[in-house]
Design a protein around this ligand. Structure first.
Ligand code: COA
Length: 251
């Protein structure tokens, strides 16, 4: 799992680290990265040793500067470029992972970069982070779920403003918009992500997974359906408590 070209995948105890690793191109997302990320996400999803995953960008300048423009512009057409990116349902796979995913964001977080971050559950950013969706300026729209995930996180009006105007926003504004959970000094970004991941990883993984699913799946449901989902997950958790040797405390 370690001989990837565009990604570094590491495991330390129960944490997985995914590093987008094309720093010479500001970690731009290319087809190779798509394929390698797909494998890595499968490993995170299926490996019982992994309890929490942290996503980061290599180098000092960027988490990810979006789709690889060299590759994109050399495709026969934007439509072909887009189809190639959809050949693997990487974004569906991202959203099916029932384990907590933490994005540690620094520098440029553009296009696919912001979309990867939006597929994560908790976003920490350093003060140098800059966010933007340049797609409409390139004659395309987001293809990695950003048009759906961004408004779910920051609301429709702000998402539209950012998407339609192509305006980039800095870390403070990202925090105000709740696009990121927290700002931390650059040096503290990874240590803080690790502290958070380690804290989560100490809890019962089935309970953590059910809690994540209750929130993430519930967001797309009515309150009534969401309450049913919560009850189902709670019931399933209680039934499995015995085999997981977790004392079940009735409410
Ligand atoms: N795809 C491919 N290569 C990229 C890239 C991308 N999205 N973004 C940056 N790079 C490469 C540059 O070509 C450059 O390579 P080089 O050193 O071989 O010339 C290197 O990364 C550094 O980028 P550079 O443009 O020199 O840095 P900068 O500080 O002047 O500008 C940005 C940084 C992010 C403002 C600028 O690189 C940029 O606008 N990138 C494109 C962002 C974008 O539109 N992404 C697509 C979203 S769909």
């Amino acid at each position: 799992m370690s001989d990837f070209e565009t990604i570094i995948y590491e495991k330390k105890d129960s944490l997985a680290y995914v590093t987008l690793n094309r720093p010479h191109a500001l970690n731009a997302y290319n087809i190779k990265m798509r394929d390698e990320l797909y494998q890595v996400l499968g490993a995170i999803k299926d490996d019982p040793e992994v309890r929490v995953a942290i996503f980061q960008g290599a180098g000092e300048r960027a988490f990810c500067a979006g789709a690889d423009l060299a590759e994109f512009l050399s495709a026969p057409s934007p439509i072909v470029a887009r189809r190639v990116r959809w050949e693997r349902d990487i974004w569906g796979l991202f959203l099916r992972i029932a384990k907590p995913l933490i994005a540690a964001l620094h520098g440029y977080v553009l296009g696919s970069g912001i979309e990867i971050a939006l597929c994560c559950d908790i976003r920490l950013a350093s003060e140098d982070a800059q966010f933007g969706l340049p797609e409409p300026g390139l004659g395309i729209i987001p293809a990695a779920g950003g048009s759906q995930t961004l408004p779910r996180v920051i609301g429709g009006a702000k998402a539209l403003e950012i998407l339609l105007s192509g305006r980039w926003i800095g870390a403070d504004e990202a925090l105000n918009l709740r696009l990121v959970n927290r700002l931390v000094p650059r040096k503290e970004l990874i240590p803080e992500a690790e502290r958070l991941a380690e804290r989560i990883a100490r809890f019962d993984p089935t309970a953590v997974s059910c809690a994540k699913q209750a929130v993430t799946r519930g967001l797309d449901l009515s309150l009534e359906q969401g309450l049913e989902l919560e009850a189902r997950l709670g019931h399933r958790l209680a039934l499995s408590a015995k085999e997981r040797a977790i004392p079940h405390r009735p409410l």
